[in-house]
Design a protein around this ligand. Structure first.
Ligand SMILES: *Cc1c(COP(=O)(O)O)cnc(C)c1O
Length: 233
């Protein structure tokens, strides 16, 4: 079947990649004996223009992810007429925390006690994940596995934050299935402290099937849907 036979807008390359990933997610869920309806797909749109997000929204995308504050803030403002859920997935400076809260409904990168303090609010609640660092490199975002409980407890004690669960990025040099098994184990530790915090944000373009097999509930998928990111720098 060629795309030229289809008169609908769903024949755009973006629509085709989105459809392919949706099918891939459904297949992976079925394979894992899971209901695809329990999975949230976040399209990571960093470095892409607001117009691409508008096109994604017209294709039924409801959740988008960004990793740089200034870029995310500008796009959220430009697209405020759309009913999108904005996920902040990048490393977050304490001094930007308050501003990110203003447009992001979900923050995936809570990784240290001081950032929890910076996100404190008596007025409004934001959903968040604690990010786990699966590498030995402390320069990577995320809390070390051994420091997980004190961070979770601090989130639970801080007004203005609702803990959804745990987030991680699989290291490049580890089998993703093994990495996501570690995330699942961390999720069980989180649930011992906060039984409702059952979500797992894991899985990107190259490894979402492995993440689904290990219980991911929130997939963060960029290039497989958006195509390559424009050059930046
Ligand atoms: C960029 C990014 C993604 C998406 O990565 P792709 O490989 O393009 O799917 C997911 N999570 C985080 C934290 C990111 O920075």
């Amino acid at each position: 079947m060629t795309t030229s036979t289809s008169p609908t807008s769903s024949s755009s390359p973006l629509a085709e990649r989105l459809a392919a990933v949706r099918h891939g997610i459904e297949d992976a869920a079925r394979e894992a004996g899971r209901d695809p309806g329990e999975l949230t797909t976040i399209v990571v749109t960093k470095f892409h223009p607001a117009s691409l997000i508008r096109e994604l929204a017209s294709l039924g995308v409801t959740d988008v992810g960004e990793n740089r504050h200034q870029e995310a803030q500008a796009k959220a403002a430009e697209l405020s007429d759309l009913d999108l859920t904005w996920h902040f997935v990048g490393q977050l400076q304490g001094k930007k925390a308050r501003q990110v809260r203003a447009y992001a409904q979900v923050i995936h990168s809570v990784d240290r006690l001081s950032l929890v303090d910076a996100l404190r609010s008596e007025d409004a609640t934001v959903d968040c994940f604690v990010q786990l660092n699966l590498t030995p490199d402390p320069g990577r975002g995320g809390v070390a596995e051994r420091d997980l409980e004190p961070l979770v407890e601090h989130v639970l004690d801080t007004p203005g934050l609702r803990l959804l669960g745990v987030m991680a990025v699989a290291p490049l040099d580890e089998d993703p299935r093994a990495a996501f098994a570690r995330v699942r184990a961390a999720s069980e530790r989180v649930r011992r402290l906060s039984p409702g915090a059952t979500a797992i944000s894991a899985g990107m373009s190259q490894d979402y099937a492995e993440a689904i097999a290990e219980g991911a509930t929130h997939l963060r998928i960029g290039t497989a849907i958006t195509g390559n990111r424009p050059a930046h720098g």
